[in-house]
Design a protein around this ligand. Structure first.
Ligand SMILES: C[S@@+](CC[C@H](N)C(=O)[O-])C[C@H]1O[C@@H](n2cnc3c(N)ncnc32)[C@H](O)[C@@H]1O
Length: 225
């Protein structure tokens, strides 16, 4: 494992917090809006889309990059609101330190903030019950190192951009994701880079290019039939 990178708290244009990783000069979310991007790419085009297909069963979600926990937090709120049970698994080689996560402004209520803090506070590398509709495993691992025979219904692919971490978006990693995806499962990501889309198709997914979030032209959903 590499040395822990230096992180700085920033505020994006919709007022929600994100982090800047200084060695990569890369933010954890779109500068136009962390909350807006996560809600659109992972909740609307991920969880809501599944419900729109008529599927309201319990599901397992796998996330590449736990980071600020924003996607997990939004997914947990969604699960409670929709009364759908989610088992959420997320890999993260560099857990965010408490002095940063306790400042995050994602929650609109004290109850919401308790949920966000709980997602961060619970131990790593074991399944933790968060509430009646949401359980979580955070793995201190990269996607490359992650080994599991579990299968998932939905993958949130939320790594740093390919221009900063090309290796995470490579064919081998996407083949691993495809193997971990259930039939009729899918992957969503904010990224629509050409080489990534070719790798996604080569891994076996049917690639769907959608309108992007927060001023970005496109995003991608990969479907497994
Ligand atoms: C774009 S950020 C998004 C994180 C998170 N989903 C969020 O909303 O804050 C990418 C995350 O991937 C993590 N990461 C870096 N290298 C990785 C790897 N090889 N495998 C999995 N995650 C990685 C980073 O530490 C960072 O937390």
């Amino acid at each position: 494992m590499q040395e822990r990178p230096k992180l700085k708290l920033i505020t994006t244009q919709d007022g929600s917090h994100s982090l800047m990783r200084e060695d990569l000069n890369e933010t954890y979310h779109s500068f136009h809006g962390a909350m807006g991007e996560s809600k659109y790419v992972f909740i609307e085009q991920g969880l809501d889309w599944r419900a729109q297909q008529g599927n309201s069963e319990s599901l397992k979600v796998f996330e590449v990059g736990f980071g600020t926990g924003l996607n997990a937090y939004l997914a947990a709120e969604w699960a409670v609101k929709k009364e759908v049970t989610i088992e959420f698994h997320s890999v993260e080689p560099f857990p965010v330190p408490r002095e940063l996560y306790e400042q995050f402004n994602y929650a609109q209520s004290e109850e919401g903030n308790q949920l966000l803090q709980k997602l961060h506070d619970v131990p790593w590398d074991s399944l933790q019950n968060i509430n009646d509709h949401f359980s979580l495993v955070k793995y201190t691992s990269t996607l490359e190192e992650f080994r599991s025979s579990l299968k998932f219904d939905l993958i949130f692919f939320d790594a740093f951009a390919p221009s900063k971490q090309a290796e995470v978006w490579n064919l081998e990693n996407l083949q691993k994701c495809f193997e971990m995806t259930n039939a009729r499962g899918y992957l969503t990501t904010y990224c629509a880079q050409g080489q990534f889309k070719r790798n996604l198709a080569a891994a076996g997914y049917e690639v769907e290019t959608l309108k992007g979030a927060m001023g970005k032209k496109e995003m991608v959903r990969g479907l497994k039939f």
